[in-house]
Design a protein around this ligand. Sequence first.
Ligand code: FES
Ligand SMILES: [Fe+2]
Length: 440
Amino acid sequence: MLSAEDNDALTRVGPGTPMGELMRQYWIPACLSSELAADGEPMRLLLLGERLIAFRDSAGRVGIMEHRCPHRCASLFFGRNEQNGLRCVYHGWKFDVHGNCVDMPNVPASQDFRHKVKARACKVVERAGMVWAYMGPRAEAPPLPEIEALMLPDVERVLRVHQRECNWLQSLEGDIDTSHFGFLHIGSLDADDVDPETMHRWGVVDRAPDYKVRETEWGTMYAAYREAAPGTYYYRFAHFLLPFFTFTPNGTFRDQVQCTINVPMDDTHTLTYNVNWTRRTPPLQTLKTGEPIPGLNPDMKYLPRTNDWYGRWRLEARRDNDYFIDREVQRHHTFTGIQGIGRQDQAAVECMGEIVDRTLEHLAPSDRMITLTRRRLLMAARQLQNENKVPATVDSAHLYRQARGGAFVAPADIDWLEAYGRNLREAISPLGMLVAQAAE
Ligand code: FES
Ligand SMILES: [Fe+2]
């Protein structure tokens, strides 16, 4: 349970809110690079409750700026994207990607004051197939996060995005809530159905693991563990990384290079980006017969895109059609009757309401990671608010490199963090691998 005041502090992201200000210290994924074409249509963009316009100019540079023209506040959505700038259609003022006014054609040359006018623009970079915006207060933006999944070349990376019609934190809490996996996703699976050779069977055999959790420099981490073969534990590690990243445990630790990003569009809408290394071992997906596990195959069709603030990356299966739940399938084949792991997650986090009322919860020992992460976020937001102190990850982007999610089996008589350290040293680093390959 959380107080209403803390719930408010955690979930509100607009300008001036504690969490909104914390997020504005970091680079924020704004959209996919592929959504903007040079001299193409300007796009409405909702980010942390701010209404913005994104466009790509003739030279391929991306601009993201306040949607209201600084002259008399007409929306730049209707602007003409022409010759390295966006021209407002009301009186023709034109702005470059940095927000500089470069033309003021409705004013006589002698009275032109374009050099005094600036549209409020974000700093912008492109990486990992995404456009990132810095909306914070610094003249020099901080470094980008050194998260390996976000540093892979295009051919080594799969990137997906979808919109969630709920607050960013309840979406993120789904990523670090490991005990739901044995129910929401594989609740009707029997241990006998699974390949006895795969270590992931332990997660099916025992669905009530114990937990270790701790704060880290980059956020929080947990290990869910249960006995595997005698004298060993099956561990599933996952991380929360400030301010909105997660590494989930659903895969093999050795090569699981993956990242999920829950970016608030506003308080009640989230864009969830999933980034995966193409060469990671797929997580548990098949029965021992080789057949797919019922109900898990992804089925994430999108609704047609619109120009509305909320018109991008909406899924066809949604709250108002009950995610196409099939009660017959639920009765006889799968736990939920909802098809697809992503759709199941979507239903779970959206059905709580747009912003879940956390005063109503009854948290269990299985929720320790969620409790700790809330505390960590509140502490970071309040330190910024009261002491003007930013978390270490703002300036020390390499701290993220110590985090890795995934599962392994380790001797039960070694400490969980020692087991983590050992496995981290032996894990595959795709970037290291690519560097070595290039040197050959
Ligand atoms: S409102 Fe944009 S040029 Fe006048
Ligand atoms: Fe899930």
